[in-house]
Design a protein around this ligand. Structure first.
Ligand code: TNX
Length: 512
């Protein structure tokens, strides 16, 4: 009998340990699967509980981010957390504030301090504050049920990015994606601290941005898409709405008008842009390199000036992307003066130039940026001319490359990109000709020849996007695939909660 009751005590104790383990409050902040991995995470062993009485306090100018955080917390918790415009924390609360007393954090860094009663996010700029908010949100489940307590482990996170430019591109020309889809794409970037969305707004198959001085571009040139279906375009009002939505999430929109090649939609819309004065037919296939603006007609430059002027007026960000890739039917003697002149047009409207790596064959203007996608020689020419480089190596960073031969969507002209291959590279050492001081950052482009719905986009973009975000944010010394894949696995639940239709790579140990 004695032995029996002893056994019962042991069993009961074990059971209690088990129960307390499974309902354990998170007290070790270092156990959180942050993506991107922060510069430093120190745990202090306690926890902060988010309650209905928790207030968000914001300094002047941070009201919008306060509201954003409240909305996210309320979504997760079912609570109605309030925002208070004051920097004096009176009760239990979360404080957002700006300070330039910590120069190590730089333009986009932040310090997130969590203790039992207070949470504070301090940054030099609003951008840093937004990044700190994203880190704070990753300490919480994305979809807690209302009766579950929202508990955050205490500690201190200091964090700042490796590269200033961390972006993704969306090709809305081959297939058109409406405003709501673009906003969802923006949410994906924001959750992982990416700060640039490059929109590929024109190509052979469609022109997607309203230009008031050349209306046929969209009414006719935007009417179709790959496969022959109905296309679409953004009115200027819709584009402004996208720009604002992005800006509220610390994301700069970079609009691209691809030229002199990839211009069939414009050439079909206006006969005078063709050398023979005849409009081309609309095109709905997926070939590249067959179209070109007529580079020695004056009307071409009047057209480009109008387009760039209207676009620059709508775009608060510093850049206009002029494309310049795959102009296979433009003679190099025509291509170079064309790119030179278009760069001057961009500069005259107060913007900086970005172009695909081919533009480095021209005489680059000051502050030009070359986007490396395929050709190292071109990119090296750009570096010789003091241009900065955006790293988008097709064989590593193209969202439209298939994961493997069984992938439903995507292409594979640059190879297959499994999740580990997309993650395991360092922009500063990938190519000997391109070194850290040349690099502005990284961008993962999604070309849309094979995708026509948001679900298709999600399959190609997830789970690779968090990896590109981490390459842009986290120093290479803090990143290995073997450790990253465990953190990524913990984000599967977040993808599901966001209804993201992601690719279940067998290389990642997803949680059941
Ligand atoms: C190359 S990358 C292109 C695009 C295609 C893409 C497909 C680049 C600058 N040009 O026109 O859509 O390949 O992967």
């Amino acid at each position: 009998m004695k032995i029996k009751s002893g056994l019962i005590v042991v069993v009961l104790t074990l059971l209690m340990v088990q129960i307390s383990c499974t309902t354990e409050t998170p007290t070790d902040l270092t156990k959180t699967s942050f993506i991107p991995q922060p510069v430093s995470v120190i745990a202090t062993g306690n926890s902060f509980v988010v309650k209905s009485s928790t207030v968000i306090y914001v300094e002047d100018g941070l009201q919008e981010y306060g509201q954003y955080l409240a909305a996210e917390l309320n979504k997760i918790s079912g609570l109605t957390i309030e925002v208070n415009s004051t920097d004096k924390v009176t009760g239990k609360g979360i404080l957002l504030s700006l300070s330039d007393k910590d120069p190590e954090l730089g333009e986009e860094g932040y310090q997130l301090t969590i203790d039992k009663k207070h949470i504070s996010i301090t940054a030099k700029n609003m951008a840093g504050c937004f990044n700190g908010i994203q880190t704070l949100l990753q300490t919480l489940p994305i979809n807690a049920s209302t009766d579950e307590q929202l508990i955050i482990a205490t500690g201190v996170i200091r964090d700042f990015p490796e590269y200033a430019y961390r972006g993704a591109m969306l090709d809305v020309a081959r297939h058109f994606f409406g405003v709501e889809d673009v906003k969802r794409y923006i949410d994906f970037l924001a959750a992982y601290k990416m700060n640039v969305l490059h929109l590929h707004l024109s190509d052979d198959q469609g022109w997607r941005i309203e230009i008031k001085s050349w209306p046929n571009l969209t009414t006719y040139g935007g009417s179709k898409q790959v496969g022959g279906g109905e296309g679409g375009f953004y009115t200027q009002e819709q584009y402004k709405d996208i720009v604002k939505y992005a800006m509220d999430r610390n994301i700069t929109i970079i609009p691209e008008i691809d030229m002199p090649g990839h211009t069939n939609a414009a050439l079909a819309s206006y006969a005078e842009l063709n050398c023979d004065g005849k409009a081309t037919e609309l095109y709905t296939g997926t070939e590249v390199g067959f179209s070109t603006f007529c580079t020695d007609k004056e009307i071409t430059y009047k057209f480009i000036d109008d387009v760039v002027r209207e676009l620059a007026e709508l775009t608060p960000g510093p850049y206009i992307h002029i494309g310049g890739d795959e102009s296979h039917v433009t003679a190099i003697e025509d291509y170079i003066p064309f790119i030179n002149r278009v760069q001057e047009i961009v500069v005259s409207h107060g913007k900086k130039v970005i172009g695909w790596d081919e533009i480095a064959n021209a005489d680059l203007v000051e502050n030009a940026t070359v986007q490396f996608w395929a050709d190292i020689k071109n990119t090296a020419l750009g570096i010789e001319q003091d241009a900065k480089v955006i790293m988008s190596p097709a064989a590593r960073a193209y969202f439209d490359m298939q994961y493997d031969s069984t992938s439903v969507f995507g292409l594979h002209w640059a190879g297959y990109i499994e999740v580990d291959h997309g993650y395991s590279w360092d922009p500063a050492t990938l190519v000997p000709e391109i070194t850290k001081e040349n690099i502005l950052g990284i961008e993962a482009p999604l070309w849309s020849e094979t995708v026509s719905k948001m679900d298709d986009i999600e399959y190609l973009v997830f789970p690779r996007l968090p990896g590109y975000a981490e390459i842009g944010w986290t120093a290479p010394a803090l990143r290995t695939w073997d450790e990253y894949k465990l953190r990524l696995a913990n984000h599967g639940k977040r993808f599901e909660a966001m209804d993201i239709d992601y690719y279940r790579s067998t290389l990642v140990p997803w949680q059941e």
